[in-house]
Every structure is written in structure tokens, then in C-alpha cells.
Design a binder for this molecule. Structure first.
Ligand code: URA
Length: 234
């Protein structure tokens, strides 16, 4: 009986195999060996387009007072993307994020978990320096969060790190508190894609509140653990 069953199954499988078209198994399309190149070009083109959109922003106090647009620093193919608040004086004059004291601390924090800053992607919520380094206002955070969301879609990171309450508010709104939300993994959906996200303290805040560094260290260790679990090479 069992033997009969087996024969029957083999027969069905054989029939099934004979009904497949060869084209179903072997596609006719040649393999593109340079697969990564068009993707690279596409990302840089898309970043250029985003930059142009931000340059065209109208009626913005941040833009009208800033020297430079600050878009990003690092590797746009990185699986790890960090979002800060906005450029300070040094960033405004150099056109790159996290170049001043907060940037120095960020570098040390990354080094402590064996991450080379050049291998990740760094940006801010607002791309122009707020006058006198004030915190961006809710309407500015709201306005620039549209560009930030497009930015995240372009970079398409595996891990997104939001540093500080401005970055948190830009994606999660202002009803939550960073002291409660930091350190745990969350999901944020942007253009139908889910991004693994962690909120943590901003390095500039840690420079003012050294007693909070212990929480930041716990978050950094959690980030390292996730990078290893996901086999992310940096
Ligand atoms: N703080 C930020 O949030 N971003 C910078 O680029 C510099 C300081």
C-alpha cells in the first residue's frame, strides 16, 4: 500500500516536471555583473534631486539666515543612518553635519563600539542652521520631516538612529518623551517600508548632561549587538 502511494507520488511529480516550460526554469535574461553600479548612480542622482528640492524651499527663516545647505556626511550605501537635529556654526560653514564639539563626541561614541564614522551615513532633520543655534520650531520640524522621510527612503538603511528629541519628533511626533523612549528598538514606516529604529540622546545633550552618558552607553551597546545579530558589515 505504502509502495503504491510512493509510485503514485513519483508519477505525479514526473507529470508536473514535464508540464514546465524550459523558460520557466531558465530565464532568458543575461545576468548583470555590474548590478551595484546603477544603484549607486541612482542614489546619488536621487540625493542631488533632494538637494535641489531643499534649495528651492521658500520663506524659511533657517534658510535665509544660513550660509550653506548641510545635507550629509559619510557613505550613502551604508546600512546605518544617523539623524541629528540641525547644523551648528561649524557645520554651516563647512557644509557637513557633526563637525564641531558634538561631532567629536559622536566620533568617540562610534569608535567605542568599533564603528568608523566614514562607514555610516549622517544627516540632520533641518538642513540649514537655525539662527543662534536655537532648536527648530515644531512647524520647521514638520516641514523638513518631509525631506527627511524622502532622504531615509533614498538611503534605505537597515538601522536608523535618531539622536535627540528633534529627530525623534520629526518621525514620531511630539507627544512622547525621549527619556522614556530611548534605547529600545522601534519600527517606523516610511513610503510603505518599515525601518528598524532607535531613539537615543543627542551628543550635544551629553556634553551638557554628563550624568546621562551611562544611558547613552547602554544604547550604543544595544546598537552594536543589533549590528552583529544582523551580520551587518561596517
Ligand atoms: N548637532 C546636530 O544635530 N547636527 C549637527 O550637524 C551638529 C550638531
Amino acid at each position: 500500500m505504502i509502495e503504491n502511494d510512493k509510485n503514485q507520488k513519483d508519477k505525479i511529480n514526473e507529470e508536473l516536471i514535464n508540464t514546465y516550460e524550459i523558460s520557466y526554469i531558465f530565464e532568458n535574461k543575461p545576468l548583470n555583473r555590474l548590478k551595484t553600479k546603477p544603484t549607486l548612480e541612482k542614489k546619488s542622482d536621487r540625493l542631488d534631486q533632494l538637494k535641489r528640492k531643499i534649495e528651492e524651499i521658500d520663506d524659511c527663516e533657517l534658510k535665509s539666515n544660513a550660509k550653506n545647505l548641510v545635507l550629509y556626511d559619510g557613505d550613502f550605501n551604508s546600512p546605518v543612518m544617523i539623524v541629528g537635529e540641525g547644523p551648528g556654526e561649524k557645520e554651516d560653514s563647512l557644509g557637513k553635519p557633526f563637525m564641531g564639539d558634538a561631532g567629536q563626541l559622536l566620533n568617540k561614541m562610534l569608535e567605542a563600539i568599533k564603528i568608523d564614522r566614514k562607514k555610516i551615513y549622517i544627516t540632520n532633520v533641518v538642513n540649514y542652521r537655525p539662527p543662534n543655534n536655537r532648536k527648530p520650531e515644531p512647524k520647521e520640524i514638520n516641514r523638513y520631516s518631509n525631506y527627511l522621510k524622502e532622504h531615509i527612503s533614498i538611503i534605505d538603511p537597515k538601522i536608523l538612529i535618531l539622536m535627540g528629541s528633534t529627530a525623534m519628533e520629526s518621525l514620531f511626533g511630539s507627544k512622547i518623551k525621549i527619556s522614556k523612549e530611548r534605547g529600545s528598538w522601534k519600527e517606523v514606516i516610511i513610503n510603505n517600508k518599515t525601518y528598524l529604529t532607535m531613539i537615543t540622546f543627542h551628543p550635544a545633550y551629553l556634553l551638557r548632561q554628563a550624568d546621562q552618558k551611562k544611558y547613552s552607553w547602554a544604547d550604543l551597546k544595544e546598537l552594536r549587538k543589533k549590528i552583529d545579530q544582523l551580520n551587518i558589515m561596517l
